[in-house]
Design a protein around this ligand. Sequence first.
Ligand SMILES: Cc1ncc(COP(=O)(O)O)c(C=O)c1O
Length: 368
Amino acid sequence: MKPPMIPFLNLVPTYAASKAGIDAALLRVAASGWYLLGDELDQFEADYAAYCGAAHCAGVANGLDALELALKALGVGPGDEVIVPSHTYIATWLAVSACGATPIPVEPIPATYNIDASRIEAAITSRTRVVLPVHLYGQAADMDAINSVAARRGLSVLDDCAQAHAALYKGRKVGSLARISAWSFYPGKNLGAMGDAGAVVTCDAALDAQVRMLRNYGSRLKYQNEVKGTNSRLDDIQAAVLAVKLKDLDRATAERRHIAARLLDGLAGLPLTLPHVPEWASPVWHLFVVRHADREGFQARLAERGIGTLIHYPVPPHRQPAYAEMGLMEGAFPIAEALHREVLSLPLWPGMTEAQIDQIIEAVRDCA
Ligand SMILES: Cc1ncc(COP(=O)(O)O)c(C=O)c1O
């Protein structure tokens, strides 16, 4: 008999782990009659800032808005440049473009997939305002090296933490490492809402106040609009759900680490590249990404064995039609291009059984 299919992602066990708390939170907000900028949002913002080891958290509508509003709070606008990874989800770049600024790509370290700090200096010009690293797949970028080049050149660092809730860098929490950090709580993230949600976290009270003003029509006081802001609020239902799920995040992260350890152990010695973890990193395994020379064939063989996989990401931002105007041809960023050709994400989600982990290991061993 064929073993049951293992989907790439299954969010039902994560809901089940906090069901009583989530259900109560949903009903409580429904009955409260207050749905925006209320007590539930205040509470989650306080909880999440404390969790990150930061002073302030401002909830916003999604992760893309979190990046855009953080950049705007830092004063980024038309004519400015922002250093971004060449290998990332396109949202990192889109936020820069939304400010009217230009994303300047920098290649990753192939082993860790994160931006190579030693290449940043060469990309800085008189127009550069911000360095925007991403903690990709749940593993921190080398923040000491990034902060040091930024400080030397008088630049701010905003980190894209969308994939790295609870990740540690040299024992310090992601969210406390840069001047300001942007978060997504998209449902599939390690801390996920039941819809779109995001946040901006910082220790800088002035930046926090700026984000709060921008997210609410550019207004600090009702009907007084200082700038052309936007409507990007994290609603109280999502905030209440997130506050419940935050209590379960450390347990869920431990489960992800257990599954990753089993995969690393069970998949050793195969003709594929396994994730590399520097000694200073404690990743949270948002994604478990391997590289294979014949990625498409490998993915098709796994699909036949009932193993769901995804590609993060098939086309680098500079090769997307959205960025055709930059005129960056094939070969412009060869490390990112090679990664995009080879990466494949295996299933890894809290609630996966030991038998399912065994099934993935067996299938990958046969298909690699
Ligand atoms: C690295 C990265 N940055 C930004 C985002 C944008 O987040 P959202 O989908 O909540 O807008 C995502 C998620 O999709 C992401 O993975």
